[in-house]
Design a protein around this ligand. Sequence first.
Ligand code: XLS
Ligand code: CA
Ligand code: CA
Length: 436
Amino acid sequence: MSYFKVDSIKFEGPQSKNPLAFKHYNKEEVIAGKKMKDHLRFAMSYWHTLTANGSDPFGVGTYVRPWDGLEGMELAKERAKAGFELMQVLGMDYYCFHDIDVAPEGETLQDTFDNLDEMVDCLEKLQKETGIKLLWATSNMFSHPRFVHGAATSCNADVFAYCAAKVKKMLEVAKRLGAENYVFWGGREGYETLLNTDMGLELDNLARFFKMAVDYAKEIGFTGQFLIEPKPKEPTKHQYDFDAATVLAFLRKYDLDKYFKMNIEANHATLAGHTFHHELNTCRINDALGSIDANQGDMLLGWDTDQFPTNVYDSTLAMYEVLKNGGIAPGGLNFDSKLRRGSFELDDLLYGYIAGMDNFAKGLRAAAKLVEDKALDEYVEKRYRSYSEGIGKDIVDGKVGFAELSEYALGHDQIVNESGHQELLETILNDYIYNS
Ligand code: XLS
Ligand code: CA
Ligand code: CA
């Protein structure tokens, strides 16, 4: 059966008025030496696309789906078919999932694993038939009440063991399905009050857990990249993986930095009080940019709304960082984006993905021109030129200390600064967005 009303979404160019066409994303077009699809490596998020139903804390689901009414494994299989059809319609090469997105949980952990195995057979077959690949896999260790006090950071060691079993299983699944990355997002890894929390032990345990995952991956020959996804709050008041800088400090403290990079989500960046650009830049300059969860929050709501990304300013700056990073592979751009509750028709999925894909395609076009023309670089280089000569060069080369600098400063105490020209640079950025 066919779920969607068109077989494929085609590129028709910026003048097209067809809502079921790409205006900017031209998959095979070469930009900055690479096909657009290889720069962007778009992925479908299984949870928001296939299992979400539009419910929110105030009300039940609203989405109308052809698989409504089905249950259990029958429902799981129908969703998988619909998801692969959607990716084919969109020309999307990757997807991402949590264990419980694809298969229902059973009465026992063994039943859950059996359901998962059955669905992995089905996904493996669909991957073979379509050529679609798994960008990343992960395990949901936050929804069920057993994770009430955390997962690897729970006060209850039985929960730690349970999570180990789940991640062990998902690493095996990831290997079997050829996942290019494995993500950890610690939904319940944080705390509500320090009055009942041993934060030191919880963080040590989290590091122990990651080390076990690294060891097991080696043991079974899973070679995908491990990623940690920072988020400052929601669901816990204080999440341990607060932001990129916090994750870096954690990884370095526990000697895990050589095994992990980060999956940066736009909405989590803004929840942390940062821009998406800041988080991507922090990762890039620390060689830790692994992958991207493409979405956006609503600044007026201020929670994790996971909307399809439509802000071309953000997508341009994100792709600027990706290009400066030398690409995002083996990561990609996973649309961790869900439809608004009021967008309940199946076709809204097409509109949402087209919006997000076109927005990042436009961002890539503008960013590629910015990089090619060195439009911002020359200002930045000029701004720091005092470090490429004279006393600045001596500082950078480690040739001087406080004594020499003090002597220098006494002779150069009439400081002359230059303008940072922020508004000029913002205008240049706008021009590149308008004209690419
Ligand atoms: C939730 C997170 C989650 C991760 C994967 O806010 O974004 O969906 O991406 O567990
Ligand atoms: Ca995410
Ligand atoms: Ca989110």
